[in-house]
Design a protein around this ligand. Structure first.
Ligand SMILES: Cc1ncc(COP(=O)(O)O)c(C=O)c1O
Length: 440
């Protein structure tokens, strides 16, 4: 195995300075030093900056203005405070389970603003969601078509549905491909004729449109635009076969954010420059001209706003390698440990939030408390001279953090989670066992 590449402290420092404030030694989130928050709430601690979430939303909404409505994919971060904030900004939501439906409703989202995708929607969750009201259900299997047909008959309801299409390979791009190959998500593009006729012959199902989602963590706007163009092509074919105009075309999420030195930012100006062509493509087909276009990002909206703060419990040197052993790890932040689908494990950007002005840097391997070498947050981080009682903060941690992690593994406490906006703190989850504030 090749040796790990050292992290770039400049990349992490730049990201911290881009999203948050730095005052002397302190990283400030929402105007409050992380050091103070760790002392007050203990560690491990997820901190989300509401102002940064709003900024990401507004920048994207402005880019897509006149083209698409944003639905926040709440799997990225289902905290009520985050959903509420984005809903307040004007986003709809996209969900993938009954649990997420309940989270969205509890956060105040109206049923008509919720889209429901996911490859294994069960009879009970479908019936609960239909009874409670839903904007659209995205069909992904013939079993779902049969289940919904039965539910529509039982409830005497008309259920708004779209067909999720697994696009052909030529439309691919991004870090984790979820379509264009054999996949459990949606129906293969080659088979949509059969699916449309099944849906149209099902009483009680109202075929409104199509949904595509081909991959996540896309940093190249040309790839996104190509996928969207292909999505509109597919929508045109669905509308022609169905013989009526479509009401919705959901082009999916997948907008990426930089995690590693060398990752660029998605260029929204270039994305915007590609949209008139797509609008023209829509306008030229009378069956698509009035369709509502949806984009459903998760990571792009929530990711940059979050940091994961852990306290160092021990520092030791083993055979020449310096280890910093923290109270946080892969059980809260699987993605940062490199175990959430990454082929090459690379270090997330990490800073010392109470030592931002330290000049000397030393290589360190940062590990969590679990009894497995998989629980490694950084293999070769360039950090200040840290020891027990110091803090580290993993940046770009607002999406796919706690929600995508095996929190039960080794029965450590859950992380506390807070959202801060302009100095006002909202506690999402307060973990009593992590009230170790006095240590810092
Ligand atoms: C159907 C669907 N929509 C949206 C998303 C959100 O993706 P991202 O966070 O990359 O924008 C996902 C992620 O897996 C998804 O499966």
């Amino acid at each position: 195995m090749p040796p790990p590449e050292p992290t770039s402290p400049a990349f992490a420092d730049d990201l911290a300075a881009n999203h948050f404030d730095i005052a002397g030694a302190d990283l400030l989130v929402g105007g409050i030093p992380v050091r103070e928050l760790a002392a007050r709430y203990g560690t491990p601690l997820f901190i989300y900056d509401g102002g940064v979430i709003r900024r990401s939303y507004r920048t994207l909404a402005e880019t897509l203005s006149g083209f698409a409505r944003i639905h926040y994919s709440i799997k990225a971060n289902p905290a009520a405070a985050v959903i509420r904030l984005l809903y307040e900004e004007g986003a709809g939501v996209e969900i993938a389970s009954l649990g997420e439906y309940r989270a969205a409703r509890a956060a105040g989202v109206k049923p008509g603003d919720i889209l429901f995708a996911g490859p294994a929607k069960g009879a009970r969750e479908l019936e609960t969601v239909v009874s409670g009201g839903i904007g659209e259900i995205h069909l992904e299997s013939f079993e779902e078509i049969a289940r919904l047909t039965a539910i529509a008959a039982r409830l005497n309801a008309t259920i708004p549905v779209s067909i999720r299409v697994n696009p052909v390979a030529s439309a691919q791009g991004g870090a984790m491909r979820m379509g264009g190959k054999p996949a459990p998500f949606g129906f293969d593009e080659e088979t949509i004729g059969e699916v449309i006729s099944k849906v149209q012959s099902a009483p009680g199902l109202d075929l409104r449109g199509v949904h595509l989602f081909a991959g996540t963590q896309i940093l190249d706007e040309a790839v996104l635009l190509a996928q969207w163009r292909h999505g509109i092509d597919v929508a045109g074919r669905v509308a022609a076969i169905a013989g009526h105009p479509l009401k919705t075309i959901d082009l999916g999420g997948g907008l990426g954010i930089p995690y590693f030195a060398g990752d660029g930012q998605l260029d929204l100006a270039k994305l915007s420059a590609g949209l008139p062509g797509l609008r023209q493509q829509l306008k030229s087909d009378p069956l698509l001209a009035d369709a509502r276009i949806v984009v459903e990002p998760g990571r792009f909206l929530a990711g940059p706003a979050g940091i994961y703060v852990a306290g160092i419990n021990a520092a030791k040197v083993s055979r020449g390698t310096r280890f910093l052993i923290t109270d946080g790890g892969m059980h809260h932040h699987l993605a940062a440990s490199g175990n959430l689908g990454q082929i090459i494990k690379r270090d997330y950007p990490i800073v010392a939030p109470a030592r931002m002005n330290a000049t000397g840097r030393f290589p360190a391997t940062i590990v969590g408390p679990l009894c497995t070498p998989l629980d490694t947050l950084a293999r070769k981080a360039e950090m200040p001279d840290l020891g027990a009682g110091d803090l580290i903060a993993v940046l770009q941690s607002g999406a796919y953090g706690r929600t995508a992690s095996p929190v039960g593994f080794l029965s450590h406490p859950l992380p506390t989670e807070i959202l801060i906006e302009s100095g006002k703190i909202e506690v999402i989850h307060l973990e009593q066992d992590s009230q170790a504030g006095a240590r810092h």
